[in-house]
Ligand binder design. Structure first.
Ligand SMILES: *Cc1c(COP(=O)(O)O)cnc(C)c1O
Length: 419
């Protein structure tokens, strides 16, 4: 056998191992490709219905009054995400910022937010309770109902808390984040929760942290009854091309209200320019169903290979996925760290760098991040990260192309076999 990958440090045994796993995934890949087809159709319709033209890509400056590129990008995103309206902004600096802006824009002082999916993603912790600008500092109470022993929503407990705490807003996290649990599907888990919540407390607003979930299914939480969703443009919906930014989408009246928190009451969405081209945001959204499918295929391959090597993985290789994240469990911190180093070494950018655990702003424990990405920190690009805490779990996600995901896995397995 002529090993064309030898220059990447990939050995014959690793190629065999990965290609065997790939053969077993034919049905899973077919399902993923079908989702891509449906989502591409919806995104394409959104572009056509909004009459997108080159003039929408033009940069703007200053206040950004009548910024056609900005305003039509909002509408294309809204259509693509089954929403009435959306705010898509490079000024939303991250997913956390988009989530905080949405939630802080809706929660009034003295009100309560109830998380139905346990403690939110690490970066939200400070936003909820740390200091005068946090939700707590603004007089908003935040309570959580933990997931049950199987990582599922404890609907009975949520309904009980709904009666007792009378929350204004229910907070739901679609992705596993840094937790050993399944992602929530819009058509299954969320639909069940949302109809139960609305039946008991119709005035309650349902918010979903949709990070990592966009286009993994042909449903979005909005279709299942969520009122507002938010996410990052350097994850799925940016298609690997958006250079920065976040989005908030949902019911029109709520989006308008959040726009006042995004900028200034009385100005809202009417202001905000972007001196770069809007083209990467549009083109990124157009690419997003495809790139997300590539990431899903890579995740399934990582799962199948590591399962075959005797590791615990979550989700299982053939599982229906509602986020792009694959969790893999290692028995020591050293193995976890060397896994991340192998991923870094197989990246197109900064392949020579060696990631080390560090105190990343907003995270509770030290975190190691392998991200040899074109857009800094973009996790729709192949990346692996892990909080350094027991049990030692790596969260790997992304890959702009399946071929790259597969090559990185061959590299990871080669390094593992070499020990
Ligand atoms: C990535 C992520 C966030 C935060 O997004 P950043 O862009 O990193 O700030 C929030 N929630 C979930 C589930 C995420 O995956």
């Amino acid at each position: 056998m002529n090993n064309q990958y030898a220059s990447l440090g990939i050995c014959e045994k690793a190629i065999e191992c990965v290609e065997r796993a790939e053969l077993a995934l034919a049905d899973t890949f077919k399902r993923i490709d079908n989702i891509e087809q449906l989502n591409t159709s919806r995104v394409l319709s959104a572009f056509i219905d909004e009459g997108i033209a080159p003039r929408h890509f033009a940069p703007t400056t200053g206040y950004g009054y009548d910024d056609a590129g900005r305003d039509s990008l909002d509408r294309v995103f809204a259509r693509a995400l089954f929403a009435e309206d959306a705010l898509v902004r490079p000024q939303l600096v991250s997913g956390t910022h988009a989530i905080y802006t949405a939630v802080a824009g809706l929660a009034s002082s003295g009100s309560t937010i109830l998380s139905a999916t346990g403690t939110p993603y690490d970066t939200m912790e400070n936003a909820i309770s740390n200091g005068p600008a946090s939700l707590a500092g603004n007089g908003v109470r935040f309570e959580s109902v933990e997931l049950d022993g199987h990582g599922k929503i404890n609907i009975n407990r949520v309904l009980k808390q709904l009666r007792e705490l009378k929350p204004e807003l229910i907070y739901v996290q679609r992705s596993r984040g840094y937790a050993w649990r399944d992602s929530l599907s819009p058509e299954g888990d969320m639909a069940a929760l949302f109809s139960a919540v609305k039946a008991q407390r119709p005035e309650c607003t349902i918010f979903v942290d949709n990070c990592y979930g966009e286009f993994t299914s042909d449903h979005e939480p909005t279709l299942a009854g969520a009122d507002i969703i938010a996410g990052s443009l350097i994850k799925n919906p940016g298609g690997g091309l958006a250079p920065t930014g976040g989005y908030i989408a949902g019911k029109k009246a709520l989006v308008e209200r959040i726009a006042m928190r995004l900028t200034v009451p009385g100005m809202g969405r009417e202001v905000g320019s972007y001196a770069g081209s809007y083209r990467p945001f549009y083109q990124g959204l157009f690419m997003a169903p495809h790139v997300t499918a590539q990431a899903l295929r890579s995740a399934a391959l990582y799962a199948r290979v590591f399962l075959s090597l005797g590791y615990d993985v979550m989700p299982a290789p053939d599982a229906a996925r509602s986020d792009i994240v694959q969790a893999i469990r290692f028995d020591t911190a050293e193995k976890l760290i060397s896994f991340c180093k192998s991923v870094q070494a197989s990246s197109p950018v900064d392949s020579f760098a060696s990631p080390e655990p560090w105190d990343m702003p907003g995270y509770a424990s030290k975190v190691i991040m392998a991200a040899g990405t074109f857009v800094q920190g973009a996790s729709i690009e192949l990346s692996a990260d892990a909080p350094i805490r027991e049990p030692y779990t790596a969260y790997v996600q992304g890959a702009l192309t399946y071929a790259h995901g597969k090559l990185s896995l061959m590299k990871v397995v080669s390094d593992l076999m070499r020990g």
